[in-house]
Design a binder for this molecule. Structure first.
Ligand code: F6R
Length: 359
């Protein structure tokens, strides 16, 4: 029920701290150890490559998951769009393990891949928000997102839940391999910190609303740029903005813009820079300077420890592997307010359905 909320999307953005805490409760014990089916961990530990298969927002979550999984498990991870993978399957490794990401568990594009991998006898795990959904029933294993029903067409809490559950899974596999980077990672604590930080960001939503009025009121297009995980967040941030506000938005690798797409920067084009990674912060700032000198209006979302006084939105520091869980929050609110201010239906964008059951 959306209760006092004007739209489900706003309620679901607000749900995210509780979802983070629920994931901690469901997937860790009182000593902070992960609680995940041993068979899943054995299968993944025995595999030489993880293939993440998904569409849309779930696909974008998969990229963040890749960064976390590789770091914790030392197993290479590939992320693929379901609709491409099914018909142009790449050469597979000797012992692949498949992870299907699907909020609804009903996405036809993803299901057709699962049908094929099952026929090949390859092990599979579905991460879904819906118990008993098709992808859950047909995969060997399921991990539930525990995000609660997601009603708004634009996915918000399922994205952060997918990343959080993938992080728990990465920790479980990493621990079973006694990887130091995993053993040192207190996932229960880090996700609890994240929950509190998300609350503090949501508390600033009126600031974001005002910034959106200033930056996006009349614009035709916008860009999100970043590097590494900040690039993956940029892809999701731009999908969210375009699908509900109809502002044409592109998420771009910050360093790649100058290889062509920078031609689209005009006087006053909004460019959102996402900066949460120490090793790339200076480079992304350099790229923001490049677009600014071509007329762009920059909007910087930066982690506190990397922030400059002129940045538009600063987020408190969290564990370096989990920054996507907090940097995505202002971008969800940006999409929400841009849509509200343009007078569109936030929860029901045109041409879209909540679950896509055709290929
Ligand atoms: C975007 C959105 C879609 C879905 C995509 C996959 O906000 O909701 O891009 O993420 O259709 O859906 P699931 O995760 O249900 O397979």
């Amino acid at each position: 029920e959306k209760g006092a909320y004007p739209y489900y999307m706003l309620k679901e953005i607000d749900d995210q701290p509780a979802v983070m805490r629920r994931i901690v409760q469901e997937y860790t014990d009182t000593l902070g150890r992960t609680v995940i089916d041993e068979d899943i961990i054995k299968q993944i530990t025995a595999s030489d490559r993880i293939y993440v298969i998904a569409c849309g927002t779930s696909y974008n979550a998969g990229w963040v998951g890749k960064a976390i999984l590789e770091k914790m498990t030392n197993i290479p991870v590939e992320v693929h769009l379901s609709s491409e993978f099914g018909y142009n399957m790449p050469l597979l490794s000797d012992n692949p393990f498949f992870i299907f990401l699907s909020q609804s568990g009903e996405t036809a594009d993803s299901r057709q891949v699962l049908v094929q991998t099952s026929e090949l006898g390859l092990p599979s795990l579905t991460l879904t928000n819906v118990a008993g959904s098709t992808l859950s029933r047909e995969a060997d294993y399921t991990l539930l997102l525990h995000a609660g029903p997601e009603i708004a067409v634009a996915s918000t809490k399922a994205y952060t839940a997918q990343i959080a559950v993938l992080a728990v899974l990465a920790k479980a596999v990493g621990d079973s391999k006694a990887n130091p980077s995993s053993l040192d990672f207190d996932i229960a604590h880090e996700l609890s910190v994240i929950a509190t930080v998300i609350e503090s960001i949501i508390a600033e939503k009126m600031t974001i609303s005002q910034l959106v009025e200033d930056y996006l009121a009349t614009t035709r297009n916008a860009f999100y740029i970043g590097r590494g995980v900040d690039y993956y967040v940029s892809m999701e941030a731009s999908l969210k903005l375009k699908e509900i506000s109809y502002i044409q938005a592109e998420g771009f690798a910050a360093g790649e813009l100058k290889h062509g797409t920078i031609a689209l920067i005009e006087e006053m084009t909004p460019v959102f820079g996402v900066i949460t990674d120490k090793k790339t912060a200076a480079h992304t700032r350099g790229n923001l300077k490049e677009v600014e000198s071509r007329g762009a209006r920059n909007f910087v979302i930066a982690l506190s420890s990397l922030a400059k006084e002129t940045d538009q939105f600063v987020i408190p520091d969290v564990h370096p592997l989990l920054t996507a869980l907090v940097s995505i929050i202002p971008t969800q609110l940006i999409a929400y307010f841009a849509t509200l201010q343009r007078g569109y239906d936030v929860d029901k964008p045109r041409n879209l359905a909540k679950s896509v059951t055709v290929e």
